[in-house]
Design a protein around this ligand. Structure first.
Ligand code: NDP
Length: 277
């Protein structure tokens, strides 16, 4: 009862839904993000079992401070770490500046790795615990103009596979959740990012417009964040958690297409559905 878990990126979207869901399911949840005010609203939810923690996963001092605060409040090792914090940088590979690529990888990849390094030793000492990384369907198949984001989620797949295999023989388990489109504000961030490259002089202008038009309809009509929260709960509680959970399951067909069909065919399908052809 009340096993302690840490959810990063819990001030909105999937992280917030996951924090509330897990608290209602009997976990004690440390809900972490940069925006302390947004986290405060969570304190009154989840049967009083949600504890807000200010955390920037790209800042080592912040990670150390948050880890110390949680250790003091939890009074024992964490049972679960849900590496959910993420940002999306979109745009043509040719044009997105290096600093934006770095920002993408600093949060989605290095941040995830440094959080894992901060929490894993206490789980290892207890010889039990679950690490759950939030990847993406984009970690297997990348749409045009989603290069920085897709590349970061491909890296998350690699990190997760390595870690899972390194922890073989211990009581620790590692799972990756691959959400498809989910109805959060993430889509707005991606649209803002795409808009930066639509200037008159951009060689990608027409294709970007078509892609952005297709993309803007996706998040608002997508599955709710609770489908991801349910998958996280399964990964935390199953006796033998899966290595990967793809949610909603309708995206499995898309991944099968990527795995089974030649790239030329997949490219044509992408072109047809996004208008980039
Ligand atoms: P949101 O933008 O709603 O949530 C992102 C969260 O990450 C926020 O709570 C934000 O909080 C936090 N965050 C961002 N940067 C940092 C940082 N440096 N340190 C700590 N926290 C940070 O988007 P979603 O809920 O949709 O996304 C959550 C995860 O799900 C991401 O990893 C995303 O890649 C993944 N995902 C989302 C999909 C979707 O369609 N929505 C599909 C596939 C995967 P704050 O700004 O307060 O720090």
């Amino acid at each position: 009862m009340f096993k302690p878990v840490l959810v990063t990126g819990a001030s909105s979207g999937i992280g917030e839904a996951t924090a509330v869901y897990l608290a209602h399911k009997g976990f004690r949840v440390f809900a972490a993000a940069r925006r302390a005010a947004a986290l405060e609203t969570l304190s009154g939810m989840g049967a009083g079992r949600i504890h807000p923690v200010t955390l920037d996963v790209t800042d080592e001092a912040s990670i150390a401070e948050a880890t110390a605060t949680i250790a003091e409040e939890a009074g024992g090792p964490l049972y679960g770490l849900v590496n959910n914090a993420g940002v999306a940088v979109a745009g043509p590979v040719e044009q997105v500046p290096g600093e934006e690529w770095r920002r993408q990888f600093e949060t989605n990849v290095i941040g995830l790795v440094q959080m894992t390094q901060a929490i894993l030793p206490q789980m290892r000492a207890a010889n039990q615990g679950r690490i759950i990384n939030i990847g993406s369907v984009a970690g297997r198949i990348v749409a045009p103009f989603m290069g920085p984001y897709g590349a970061s989620k491909h890296a998350v797949e690699g990190v997760t596979d390595a870690l899972r295999r390194e922890l073989v023989g211990t009581g620790l388990r590692v799972s990756l959740i691959r959400p498809g489109f989910i109805n959060t504000h993430f889509g707005e961030q991606e649209q803002d990012s795409l808009a930066r490259y639509m200037g008159e002089d951009s060689p990608y202008r027409d294709h970007l417009h078509k892609f952005a038009k297709w993309h803007e309809r996706k998040h608002p009509s997508a599955a709710p964040a609770t489908v991801v929260a349910e998958a996280v709960h399964k990964a935390l509680t199953a006796a033998r958690p899966h290595s990967r959970y793809t949610v909603p399951s309708s995206f499995l067909g898309f991944l099968a297409l990527r795995n089974l069909m030649p790239s030329a065919v997949v490219d044509r399908v992408f072109g047809r559905i996004t208008g980039v052809e």
